[in-house]
Design a protein. Structure first.
Length: 169
């Protein structure tokens, strides 16, 4: 019997880890995009905006049972004015009073809910009998207005000691 001249079986070289297969490239890119998107969303969620601060203050005002109706209306008007001054150019807001102020408040909502609706209480509350304004509807209206504000980010406060003015000798 004749033997065949066969050689030993040679296994292929082991697969190297570089370059990775296309699937690993896709997984890597997807992971980086997912982490970047999550970081961006968390940062955006944590940003302090004019509307967020004003809504917190509105909630505190609504829960404060020690204030009378007239004082709540006064503080509500001040809150809206401060929020408006923070979100819009000062020239557009600062000089408004009376009907002009209520009409300006109506603009973001698109309906005359301040000038012809429950929002009129901000204008004529001092002249109405106590308890005449529908505070729940008014606060809901103010909440809607604050949510319609443009997204204005509040700059962080700088924790620096006040600088002393230089005196001339």
């Amino acid at each position: 019997m004749e033997t065949l001249p066969l050689r030993d079986i040679h296994l292929p070289d082991p697969i190297s880890w570089w370059p990775p297969a296309i699937g690993w490239w896709i997984v890597s890119v997807a992971a980086v995009l997912l982490i970047a998107t999550a970081a961006w969303l968390i940062r955006r969620w944590r940003q302090v905006t004019v509307a967020k601060l004003a809504l917190r203050e509105l909630d505190a005002l609504q829960k404060d049972s020690t204030l009378g109706m007239t004082e709540k209306l006064r503080r509500l008007s001040i809150l809206l004015r401060r929020a408006g001054l923070s979100a819009y150019p000062r020239e557009d807001v600062a000089g408004l009073t009376g009907e002009g102020w209520l009409e300006w408040l109506d603009r973001p909502l698109g309906t005359p809910r301040f000038s012809r609706g429950v929002g009129r209480a901000l204008l004529d509350a001092p002249y109405r009998p106590v308890g005449d304004a529908d505070m729940d509807r008014l606060i809901t209206l103010c909440r809607d207005w604050l949510k319609a504000l443009p997204r204005t980010v509040v700059p962080p406060r700088k924790n620096s000691a006040p600088q002393q003015a230089a005196t001339e000798p």
